[in-house]
Design a protein around this ligand. Sequence first.
Ligand code: ZN
Ligand code: ZN
Ligand code: ZN
Ligand code: ZN
Length: 421
Amino acid sequence: MPIYIARGRLTTPGASKPLQNPAGKLRGKLPVYVLTSAVTQDWAGVSFKLRNEHVWDGFIILALLEDHERRGKTLRVPHTGEQRFRFTKAMDERNARIRLVGQPEWAHYCNRCMRVWEDEKGNLSKIHVVVIDGITIGHPCCGVLHCPTPLASNRDRYCPDHVDEDKKCAVEGCGVFCDIDNGFLTCSDPGHRHLETVHKKRDKAMFQLRTRRTAEITAEEFEEMEILSGDCPATKDPNGNRKIRALFGWRKSHNEQIIVRPCGMIIARATFFGSETVTQTADFIHKTFRTKDSMPDIVFYDNNCSLYKHLVHVEDPLVKTVGFPVDVFHWECKHKKNTVECSYHCSPLLFPELIGEQKAWHFNSSIAEQTNVWLGGFHAILREMGASKFDFFLDEMIMRKNKLTLAKLEAEGACPGLRPL
Ligand SMILES: [Zn+2]
Ligand SMILES: [Zn+2]
Ligand SMILES: [Zn+2]
Ligand SMILES: [Zn+2]
């Protein structure tokens, strides 16, 4: 029998009033309720064992209720259907809202992430900074490269738009139907079939090493090898031999990118499917800061040299208004400085405004990397989550971390606030 908790009162379906609270006492802050004998009979055969699903439901319901309370709305979920699907629509709605309007701290500023100073002529200047970095955590996603459409079920290898791909050879670019009736995921091309045989042998060896349920979602299982050019489109290459690559398991989204203020406030997050490319990073910046005034003055990113080159190539006006330095440690130790972008445009030494009154770097440009260490702690929890729960969970954890960061900034006198953008 389900229990409904409404405004702190414990009730059962059909009960006209809350369960008895004979003593009317409070233990701590919570009222103590005693189950009547009629109710306890109904509970016969029901296990009180706390399972993972109960904890998840508790987490999701609390997060959704708080989200609705903040907006003065009522949370409505279906009373029919499977329990695991009851909150999916409500989670998707919040995920879409956060994607559109951003995290509540999206317009944050404080004196750790925004520097305001007076020049020799008495003019006030300001720079507001963000740091971008990625982390390779992901969730099962559609096997078609860069496809963002969620899977209907975590057991599927392709999204509803690409279901037919499941019948095709696993070798990327092949497109011929596979011999699925005989248990093969590749077509009859000898090279493709050989790749599958090698993969199955490796898989068998791995299976003996670690006990694994056959139905369990596995990590991405790519296999690749050098092959002579053949007639198949996947191996057609004017330069002769080339590598073929096949996906035998489930594809996972490639990485999560975050935009963080140097004070630690996380203001945006995005999933990059397939790979991390500067085109996607540029798109992420534009989608996060849609108005001119909201655009940061400085964007730190480890791959700014390539990002800057891309922005110049596509004639993006951002290169004229935003500075794209590389974090000083990365620039000194990991960049070759053999291009004009690397040695000049993205050199942190050419941005004197990044140095504060104390003649030291004013901003913590490693903050995104440090934040990603924290995010990486959720790796094991996130690994097999569906896209809706994955996004919902990450957004919720970011919101909760931001609340702690805000309290810390207030306590330390960093004067945090929200810009009226
Ligand atoms: Zn700040
Ligand atoms: Zn797809
Ligand atoms: Zn093939
Ligand atoms: Zn560089």
